[in-house]
Ligand binder design. Structure first.
Ligand code: GLC
Length: 415
């Protein structure tokens, strides 16, 4: 992606995914039966008949959903630069005022508001890039939409594309101002021509809009990895990891398997150091409340991200450091290496780093720290930064080492 309009994506690094739809009302359970799969798939996994599932809309109150507050928090407290909202998940329900299907949040629910319009306004106010998730192939409500795990052979998929998918995408791309990203998902057996048709549609209506890897047929503008799967090394192309804070995307009241903030931070730094973006999910509940644990984790990670944004935003992929450090993770920009210190440490030592160093400073207050490079007695190069007494007791800070060379130089392990 060299296009200038897309530069933001390779610099943004951290975004918010929001999964909100009718499945939130069930919270992982239908008529006393719990789903053992992800909550937003409950309709398919528990075989809920279309007419029964549709009835959920009548009790979609969403009274506590506050788009402006979510966007404000994502930007100001969590340090995120883009947001992706589920406009239509596999369940087929439209979370905007869709003209071509009354099965939507405005016409079919007591909530009655165009949630997408509110989100868009909040994104404009806070300078947040807006992305839309749209399930282009699977639609369990439409008789001709595809359904994973079922026989789709008798369906007229073309009819679904022409009468629902394409008209709805048109609405989304023409009625809500600038859309920065279209997040397609689960292409199933869509052909290259069909995927290409959707790509052309997006390009013709919003040329600056980026298309996710899950459009299928290798036609996306960047790679979308498997859910919660983090590449172990840098990749050639731009990429993004969609990920959860627990084990579900949609709200599941029985899922208490929350990751620790510290783990999320480590994953973020690994992704960023390898040149990717982290798209982290929240699943608001039936009233639109964000689970408290999600807020707690994102607040904690956000404090670090806000304080050390210099070492996260706009960083680029770097050659892997040859040793596995348990006390630090590394990110880089041209002429700069950032050492994220995550465990107490006497001094920073990077063995086999062969750069000449100009100076080092603590990112949070720009305080200079003594640094140097030399060869150890085994002959290998090392870069060192001295830490003050108080820093030696601390964790969760970043030291920037300014380099004479543009990139970090790591010698292979030898001897
Ligand atoms: C999947 C699932 C889905 C979720 C998505 C997020 O492909 O089908 O429920 O929305 O991944 O990445």
């Amino acid at each position: 992606m060299n296009d200038r309009t897309k530069e933001w994506f390779s610099e943004v690094r951290y975004g918010l995914f929001i999964h909100w739809g009718l499945y939130a009302l069930l919270g992982g359970e239908y008529q006393g039966e719990k789903t053992d799969h992800i909550a937003e798939w409950i309709m398919n996994h528990l075989n809920i008949p279309v007419e029964e599932y549709r009835k959920l809309a009548a009790s979609f109150g969403g009274e506590d959903f506050c788009p402006r507050e979510i966007v404000r928090k994502a930007k100001e407290d969590w340090g995120m630069g883009y947001l992706v909202f589920t406009t239509k998940h596999h369940e087929g329900f439209a979370m905007w005022d869709s003209k071509c299907s009354d099965y939507n949040v405005v016409k079919a629910t007591p909530y009655g508001k165009d949630v997408l319009k509110e989100l868009k306004e909040a994104c404009e106010e806070y300078g947040m890039k807006l992305g839309l998730y749209y399930s282009q192939a699977q639609d369990w409500d439409d008789p001709n939409g595809l359904r994973y795990g079922s026989d789709n052979s008798g369906k007229n998929f073309r009819k679904y594309l022409d009468e629902k998918c394409i008209p709805q995408l048109r609405e989304l791309l023409t009625g809500y101002g600038e859309i920065s990203l279209l997040w397609f998902d689960t292409p199933m057996e869509m052909t290259r021509e069909e995927s290409g048709e959707l790509v052309d549609l997006v390009r013709s209506l919003q040329p600056g809009c980026i298309i996710s890897g899950r459009i299928g047929n290798e036609l996306g503008d960047y790679l979308t990895t498997g859910d919660n799967f983090i590449p172990a090394w840098p990749l050639e192309r731009d990429w993004e990891v969609p990920a959860t804070l627990n084990d579900n995307w949609g709200y599941n009241r029985y899922d208490g398997n929350w990751k620790k903030a510290e783990d999320i931070l480590r994953l973020l730094l690994k992704i960023v150091g390898r040149g990717g973006n982290y798209l982290l999910n929240i699943g608001p509940d039936e009233r639109g409340r964000i689970p408290e644990e999600s807020i707690r984790i994102l607040d904690e990670v956000g404090r670090y991200v806000k304080e050390n944004g210099e070492a996260i935003y706009g960083t680029k992929k770097m050659a892997p450091y040859p040793y596995d450090l348990n006390w630090a993770l590394l990110t880089a920009k041209d002429y700069k290496l950032y050492v994220h210190v995550l465990k107490p440490r006497m001094r920073i030592e990077l063995l086999n780093m062969a750069n000449q160093v100009k100076r080092a400073y603590l990112v949070r207050d720009k305080r200079e720290l003594p640094c140097g490079s030399r060869n150890i007695c085994e002959g290998d190069p090392i870069v060192e930064v001295e830490l003050s007494e108080e820093l030696r007791r601390e964790t969760g800070y970043v030291v920037c080492i300014e380099l004479v060379e543009k990139e970090p130089i790591f010698n292979p392990i030898r001897g």
